[in-house]
Design a binder for this molecule. Structure first.
Ligand code: ADP
Ligand code: MG
Length: 376
């Protein structure tokens, strides 16, 4: 067990890292953040900031020497950096699990090979794959780059073989996956923490609404039948077991008719789990600290239903939003990430509304959205 007072290392210093850092510092740990951004949101709360590239050998060796354990807040942390660190210190989740999650093609192959459900897809590595991919996947389809996509970036809908050829060329022949565009009834996510002794704690299943490929709203618990929620939780746990995962894992799923399909996984806390900070006995970030340090897992049980509203840079159009519109609601919790520059589609913060009933939480969340000028 790594006890409070020790220093923890964090690869990546965005908002997820910031909330991890707050949780770790609250528990009495020191935190060193490695992030090339001098204005890293996590570094504001950290005890140390190595302000270099993720692969900088001097920074990696300092992290390895000074940190009792290292974790990551984003899947594009070079998996090699995690592997290098793992030679000298404890790294959770493993570089191998991160490598699976950071490549859509490996991720889908891994999930499918373990008998877990994924939608129809095909790898597209070069022009010779077009014909077989279009046989396997019905049009319209979505072409996604295998790596470095997030918030709907690196993906586009294609309606024809010509679209496929044009986009593949435009994207400089980067490896892609082609996915059937499914008629989604709902999107949900399951976030869990899995400890080194294989114990698992699962947060309530969350229902997610996206706008322009970016998470817009999370409703917890998801408004789905209990049996489907139990099936989703079971799927996520099986996936974590297959990966021999140690850490916090998020599993995004599609609900299509009565079926669940795994969309993608994130080897870290997830935007759709931010509600756990205010609505659960233990947050996803405290859970990340606990797993990293080998402490007992916290209790993921919710205190109340919750609705989380993402705050994107778009609402800064006329200057700082009127936060009074949030703060006057006693059940609303405002979280801002300390980013200096508000750009459209940039995640700047979120609001979590906790109320005795989900209906009431939704009402308050909708009132806040209206007052802040977010589309209903
Ligand atoms: P990322 O979150 O990494 O940008 P996702 O694969 O989760 O990429 O895609 C973002 C969103 O796009 C999803 O949450 C979903 O709303 C939509 N989407 C993605 N893949 C499909 C698909 N195969 N069919 C229908 N909608 C999809
Ligand atoms: Mg996603």
């Amino acid at each position: 067990m790594i006890l409070p007072g020790a220093t923890l290392g964090l690869l990546g210093g965005g908002q997820l890292g910031r909330m991890f850092t707050v949780a770790a510092r609250t528990l009495g740990y020191r935190v060193t953040v490695l992030d090339p951004d001098p204005l890293s949101p996590a570094a504001e709360f950290a005890t140390g900031h190595l302000n270099t590239a993720y692969t900088h050998p001097v920074s990696l060796s300092e992290l390895a020497q000074t940190c009792a354990a290292v974790t990551t807040e984003f899947e594009n942390a070079p998996a090699e950096a995690l592997v290098t660190l793992a030679e000298k210190t404890l790294v959770r989740p493993s570089g191998n699990a991160v490598a699976v999650a950071q490549d859509r093609s490996r991720e889908k192959a891994f999930i499918a090979s373990r008998g877990l459900p994924v939608g129809p897809y095909a790898d597209v590595r070069d022009e010779a794959d077009f014909a077989s991919a279009l046989e396997r996947v019905k049009l319209p389809a979505i072409l996604k780059t295998a790596r470095f996509g997030y918030d709907g970036k690196g993906q586009a809908t294609i309606a024809s073989r010509d679209d496929l050829a044009r986009l593949f060329a435009e994207w400089k022949r980067a490896p892609c996956v082609l996915e059937e565009r499914l008629a989604l009834d709902l999107e949900i996510s399951v976030i869990l923490a899995r400890a080194a002794d294989a114990r698992v704690a699962v947060f309530p299943v969350a229902e997610n609404r996206h706008a322009n490929g970016i998470l817009d709203l999370t409703i917890a618990p998801a408004r789905i039948p209990d049996a489907l929620a139990a099936e989703a939780a079971d799927l996520a746990v099986r996936l974590a077991n297959c990966l021999d995962y140690v850490g916090v894992l998020a599993v995004e799923m599609f609900v299509v008719g009565a079926r669940l399909l795994v969309n993608e996984i994130a080897p870290r806390p997830h935007n759709s789990g931010h509600f756990t900070i205010d609505a659960c006995r233990t947050s996803q970030f405290e859970q990340q600290v606990r797993v990293l340090c080998g402490l007992p897992l916290g209790d993921p049980t919710p205190h109340s239903p919750a609705v989380m509203v993402n705050l994107l840079g778009d609402i800064w159009g006329a200057g700082e939003p009127r936060w009074e519109a949030v703060l006057r609601h006693p059940g609303a919790h405002l979280h801002l990430y300390g980013k200096r520059e508000a750009r459209p589609a940039r995640k700047m913060g979120h609001v979590t509304v906790c109320e005795a009933t989900l209906e009431r939480a939704l009402e308050v969340a909708m009132a806040i959205r209206r007052d802040l000028g977010i589309a209903p």
